[in-house]
Design a protein around this ligand. Sequence first.
Ligand code: ATP
Ligand code: MG
Length: 415
Amino acid sequence: MISAPRGTRDILPGESWKWSYIVQTASKTMKDFGFSEIHLPIFEHTELFSRGVGETTDIVEKEMYTFEDRGGRSITLRPEATAGVMRAAIENNLCAQGASAKLWNWGPMFRHERPQKGRYRQFYQIDAESLGISNAAADVEVIALSIEIFRRLGLKNLEVVINSVGCEKCRPVYRQKLIEYFEKHKSDLCETCLTRLDRNPLRILDCKQESCGRVADGAPDIFDSLCDECREHFAEVRAGLERLGFTYTLNKRLVRGLDYYTKTAYEILSGDLGAQNAVAGGGRYDNLASAIGGNKIPGVGFACGLDRIMLVMEEQGCDFGQTPKTDAYVVALDDKSRGAAQVLTYELRKNKISAACDIAGRSFKAQMKSAGSCEFVCIIGSEELAAGTVSIKHDGSQISMPMNEAASYILKSKN
Ligand code: ATP
Ligand code: MG
């Protein structure tokens, strides 16, 4: 027996319609906020991520699915969407001459992580990126968009956490302060954080180890190091969120795992997820375009984890809209009527009525059982066949009509 690789899973029919509901809800929300859908390759040149996401990040250091293709090129299955969206924007000149672009997409991402609840090796993200605008209003719009998706899905018990991680002017100063501070507390840091000390000291701030957490709590405050521009930008983001009536928490230890973030960083956490509690994460990335070799294009965006949204919605008993159902079932009373039943079923389907009939040669009784949950039960026997009619059971009564009137009757009387 060949099984699915570890950390992957099949989304079966019992669940897949719920996934569609989430994606459709997100899609409509994106449209209402003026975001257009973009489809991207799921593999890219490895440099896109090593340069974009950053060499010292967890993703690039240990989570990527990288392989050499038959042409000897290094290819990586995308671990996240932002770098690919920016690559596409640069390559297709979407932000030429100061133009802006608001783009969204959804699909599978790949990270070699230890599988557990809410953490998979192939997982799914819904992603939105607002490119070309450096104003705080763009950050506010993107954060509002993510919150609105969750509001429409009916998620409760969420917390919006924000921070500023500074920019290329002020972050080096803060980085230095952190190194000096952590050097003094080396003995309390975990193995991993010791290696982060010179390479990426900001990452120590969000280490989940208790002793590192205690040290990080006493670390210099990033707000004291922000330059005027970053300070002002952050104040505008906060004011904008407050104008829209959102509550949020400030967390100076929220640094996010990716190098490309500048200024705003944020996460949306769920109280119902346990250890993997982030349903969405995002922020501003004004240096990403130049890191991957383009002109300067500012950007801000987020990605939310579809798998985790599912878990929370199930946990909270959220509504997934209508369960998929078949409106009409066409029953053949005898073997001679089977052909006509299939013809009528196809006719109904052409009229966009969801319809079914038996194709396994099952008995009348078995067909009636399958028809049980359908609003309309159409019956064809030798009498109907001879007269070119069909008997339709609906709402407790049964009427006979010419076969070619069945579709319009169903469309007219459907609930
Ligand atoms: P985490 O801290 O949980 O590892 P992250 O910071 O690595 O998350 P991002 O890169 O910000 O995650 O991705 C955005 C969202 O994608 C996360 O908030 C989460 O909902 C989802 N996500 C990330 N990694 C996984 C995974 N391995 N399996 C399922 N969902 C994931
Ligand atoms: Mg991660």
